[in-house]
Design a protein around this ligand. Structure first.
Ligand SMILES: [Zn+2]
Length: 437
């Protein structure tokens, strides 16, 4: 398995168990899951077939894409809301799709946020006709803005030179990006460069209703082929939204991981912090971390909540959120009798390829890498989980009794509705405390 070798922060931690010294290194991955590159697919002009055809093509692999809506072009709000609930990004493409969206920077964001509920709000934008509007208005409302192609579509690890001129390859009949090889070629370039490549698609030449998205129709099968290739190369390429890639880069560049002194024997404690402040995003996308260690079994927590972790090749891997509390890595390698049955095996999705021969304490790598499991109480009072396919889901009431036990089946799943009060939901190795009001 190849990992990006760029070390963002190298730190030494102290003396630990049994008098042996572990001079440990902690690194923040260049890309989520220590992949070599990232790619983002963006779709403009709210075509009906973005809901009916594009999103399902991404959902097949659990991938997320970005959909840029024109407020006045009658988007299928409930269809796009379902996509947002499933982790896709809904972003702005202006109110009117005029020649230049100046004056609509804030109002289009506000209109979309009035219709679409998503964790981060509407925080990226794609400019109609690729004309950059008022930059200070952009900076007050968005973390990044997309233009069209500019010859620099394959960016480096730190992204574009200007966050409000992020380039993307235009796909479809007007250019060369209308077959799978064109997409995979660009992704391979990104892998070679250790960078990021974005694509810009309108409607399709062969699938459903394009609505107003008539410009440069793309062969949907070319995109499906690209996603299949990406899935086959999942250890190298991270398919994610414009929003997540932007957050990841900004956080990674600004974050430091530092060891703290004075932990208990057999533990390592870290702080992962940045000080980005732009009032638009909290920049709390999880960063992938690895710590060099010869421990064979570990438990990793952040602010007391369990994190998924994995041991492979002399490293402990986990994802943690910056500015979200202490990360504690505990040596859990008790010389337990072989009959120990405490480790309940996690079932896994069907397509992962775990190369590790060492112990896997939580989930296989695919789930570890890019599964942003979440749990929340929805508007109708249901405890709902996302991205829990194949994981054990357990709901405890405030007395600690199990009130529901089930298995993750879909991207979004209502699992429990009951009396008002506090509940703990455990999904795989993560847990949430939720309040049904
Ligand atoms: Zn457009």
């Amino acid at each position: 398995m190849n990992y990006n070798k760029i070390s963002i922060a190298t730190i030494a931690v102290g003396m630990f168990a049994a008098g042996s010294a572990f001079a440990q290194n902690a690194e923040i991955a260049t890309w989520s899951g220590f992949r070599k590159a990232a790619t983002s697919f963006t779709f403009d002009d709210n075509a009906p077939n973005h809901v009916t055809h594009a999103a399902p093509a991404f959902d097949e692999y659990g991938y997320k894409a970005t959909f840029n809506l024109v407020v006045n072009w009658n988007p299928d709000w409930s269809g796009f809301q379902k996509m947002a609930d499933n982790g896709h990004e809904i972003a702005s493409h202006s109110n009117t799709h005029g020649q230049n969206m100046s004056g609509e920077e804030a109002s289009s964001k506000k209109s979309i946020e009035g219709k679409i509920k998503q964790k981060y709000g509407t925080i990226t934008v794609a400019y109609p006709n690729c004309n950059v509007p008022n930059v200070s208005a952009l900076q007050q409302n968005y973390i990044a803005g997309r233009i069209c192609g500019n010859g620099q579509e394959v960016m480096g690890k730190d992204g574009p030179s200007d966050w409000f001129r992020v380039p993307a390859h235009m796909t479809g009949s007007t250019g060369s990006f209308n077959n799978t090889n064109a997409f995979t070629g660009a992704m391979q370039q990104a892998i070679q460069k250790g960078g990021w490549v974005m694509f810009l698609t309108h409607g399709f030449s062969n699938a459903g209703n394009n609505g107003n998205a008539n410009y440069s129709p793309t062969d949907l099968n070319a995109i499906k082929g690209a996603l299949k290739w990406a899935n086959q190369n999942d250890k190298d390429i991270w398919v994610t939204t414009f929003r997540s890639a932007t957050m990841y880069i900004k956080e990674r560049k600004a974050s430091k991981i530092e060891a703290q002194d004075g932990g208990a024997e057999g533990t390592m404690t870290f702080e992962l912090k940045h000080n980005i402040a732009d009032n638009i995003s909290k920049y709390d996308y999880p960063l992938s971390i690895r710590v060099k260690s010869d421990w064979k079994k570990v438990e990793v927590t952040q602010d007391g909540a369990a994190l998924e972790s994995k041991i492979d090749g002399g490293y402990i891997y986990f994802d943690a959120v910056p500015n979200a509390g202490k990360i504690v890595v505990k040596n859990a390698d008790a010389p337990a009798p072989e009959s120990s049955s405490s480790a309940e095996p996690e079932s896994s999705s069907s397509s992962e390829a775990v190369e590790s021969s060492s112990s896997v304490t939580a989930l296989p790598i695919q789930a570890f890498d890019d599964r942003h499991t979440s749990a929340y109480v929805d508007a109708s009072g249901y405890i709902t989980v996302q991205n829990a396919q194949g994981l054990n889901i357990t709901v405890f009431n405030s007395l600690g009794n199990v009130v529901r036990s089930t298995k993750g089946i879909g991207c979004e799943q209502k699992v429990f509705s009951g009396a008002k009060g506090m509940y703990v939901v455990k999904v795989g190795s993560k847990a949430w405390t939720l309040n049904i009001k």
